[in-house]
Design a protein around this ligand. Structure first.
Ligand code: NAP
Length: 511
């Protein structure tokens, strides 16, 4: 890895404190930072180098996955940090920044490789990119890269505008759009799972999959993000980016001989093949919900409209479930069910691949299909659930779990993987513009339907798994969400009367 300077906009902010400094620190301990390493932090606050370094040290102590090392190690890490006051709108601040960056590069004797990390609100992305170009910061003898946080636009048009502006300063291969779900170790192992295990690869390509379920449930509410969340909802906050990225990662068939970049182009192909929805008919395929008051793990939880900072008549979605179809030879006819929401019964992010059921009845539990289960959070593991005859010559079958590898304790976190990749110039686990554009395009009819109330906003009690209509989505096809608590499903049936007519409720016995 070549030495480089990280130029961090938003160095005084929450993301830097919680994620970026702890990630850099752990990379430092693992020998994954360039040597020598240099970081210049920027913000409007009147910090000095010393107060900046003290803040970085504090954040490591609070948020690092590892205990802080001895004082000498900490000192040699934070010694690489410098701070400069910069107001995004002030042109002369960039000129002074350039002087400081060049001075540091000379002092350290490092090439002019510059990684611009924009850990600031999205309204600042465009002015910063243009100033980087205009000030000469982006013109150097070394490489330049732009790391950008979400959200990338708030609809198709704004995303296109943003991309157009960024591309005046950076080429596509220089832009690293963070979707931190792509940095999660289990997601990064999806590819190797297919490639290292021929049996899996064959299952993936040989139409042995009955359906795929992707869940990203949260038990928390809007927390301190009410003002932002009430304008975006689950559809823009989670679905358009993280959920569709997880779908692409699961659906992509990466040829064994693929090199850097092939996986990305294959992901774009998945998005291109995603069957479009029509605004008028999507109510059968997309369920949207908003939580009402309820109880989560014994504690009372207020309804969404009563949360501080939320409009009392808000029509914002806090839950989305959808059935998606990929119209290509690999996946035609295999439904992908996605759901995400807030104030649900438990926090869980997982991908379940349900394989086709046994063709011949084999005992009482013959209908229990085999599952590949990827748990992304709170625990991280990959298991294959099979059914095996109970001891002896019993006719009954019982599920057994094959552990395909839990994530080791203290494994690198998403931000460590992503920053490391960006420093090495590997964009595999970042969102390409084509994927972002196609994702916005795909959700546009949903956004329109929501805006025009074409899709009903269904209430669900906090502490459940969302509106029962989200179950009916699968039940209509003879499936059900795996790993939802059975009792809760029965309770919810009583509580909710929003189920679609004509779809029979039946939970299966294989929980
Ligand atoms: P934040 O805590 O509000 O921090 C914003 C940063 O921007 C501060 O360092 C602030 O510095 C700086 N800033 C604001 N206006 C500025 C200006 N005019 N000139 C120079 N600097 C300015 O926000 P955050 O939570 O860190 O989020 C940063 C980005 O990460 C956002 O795009 C967000 O969507 C994304 N993100 C955050 C999280 C998270 O967990 N926090 C997770 C995923 C994505 P001063 O106050 O010193 O001016």
């Amino acid at each position: 890895m070549e030495p480089a300077t990280i130029i961090l906009f938003g160095a005084t902010g929450d993301l830097a404190k919680r994620k970026i400094y702890p990630a850099l620190y752990n990379m430092f301990l693992d020998g994954k930072l360039p040597q020598p390493f240099s970081l210049i932090g920027l913000g409007r606050r009147e910090w000095t180098d010393e107060s900046f370094q003290a803040n970085v040290e504090k954040s490591i102590k609070l948020f690092s996955r590892r205990e802080p090392a001895d004082p000498d190690t900490i000192m040699s890490f934070i010694g690489a940090f410098r701070y400069r006051v910069l107001d995004v709108g002030r042109e002369e601040d960039y000129r002074k920044l350039l002087e400081q960056v060049e001075k540091r590069e000379r002092e350290l004797g490092i090439p002019q490789n510059r990684l611009f990390y924009l850990s600031v609100g999205p309204e600042l992305f465009e002015p910063i990119a243009l100033q980087i170009r205009g000030s000469g910061l982006g013109t150097s003898n070394g490489w330049k890269r732009l790391v950008i946080e979400k959200p990338f636009g708030h609809d198709l048009e704004s995303a296109r505008r943003l991309n157009q502006t960024l591309s005046q300063a950076f080429a596509e291969q220089e832009i690293y759009r963070i979707d931190h779900y792509l940095g999660k170790p289990i997601v990064q192992r999806l590819e190797s799972l297919q490639q290292a295990h021929p049996a899996f690869y064959e299952l993936w390509v040989d139409r042995q999959i009955a359906n795929v379920q992707i869940t990203a449930n949260e038990s928390v509410g809007v927390e301190e993000r009410a003002g932002y969340y009430d304008h975006v909802g689950a559809i823009k906050d989670m679905f358009q980016n993280h959920m569709l990225q997880l779908l692409m990662m699961t659906a992509v068939h990466i040829p064994k001989d693929s090199g850097n970049g092939k996986g990305r182009s294959k992901k774009t192909k998945v998005m291109e093949a995603l069957e479009p929805l029509q605004k008028e008919t999507l109510r059968n395929r997309v369920i949207r919900g908003q939580y009402t008051e309820g109880v989560i793990k014994g504690d009372f939880a207020a309804g969404y409209k009563s949360e501080p900072g939320i409009a009392p008549n808000s029509m914002n979605d806090t839950f989305i479930a959808a059935k998606l179809q990929i119209a290509n030879d690999d996946w035609r006819g295999v439904p992908f069910y996605l759901r995400t929401g807030k104030r649900l019964k438990e926090k869980s992010t997982r991908i379940v691949v349900e394989f086709q059921g046994a063709s011949e009845p084999v005992g009482e539990e013959s209908h229990s299909p085999n599952l590949l289960v990827l748990e992304l959070s709170p625990k991280e593991s990959i298991t294959l659930q099979l059914h095996s005859r109970k001891q002896g010559r019993s006719e009954t079958f019982q599920p057994i779990e094959l552990d395909l590898g839990a994530n080791p304790m203290n494994a690198p976190e998403a931000y460590e993987n992503l920053i490391w990749d960006a420093l090495r110039g590997d964009a595999t686990f970042f969102a390409h513009w084509n994927e972002v554009e196609l994702s916005w395009q795909w959700v546009t009819p949903i956004l329109e339907a929501f805006a025009e109330n074409e899709a009903p906003l269904l209430p669900y009690a906090a502490g459940t798994y969302g509106p029962a209509a989200a179950d009916a989505l699968l039940e209509a096809d003879g499936f059900h969400w795996w790993f939802d608590d059975k009792l809760d499903r029965e309770d919810r049936q009583d509580q909710n009367s929003d189920r679609k007519e004509g779809i029979r409720y039946a939970y299966h016995t294989n929980h």
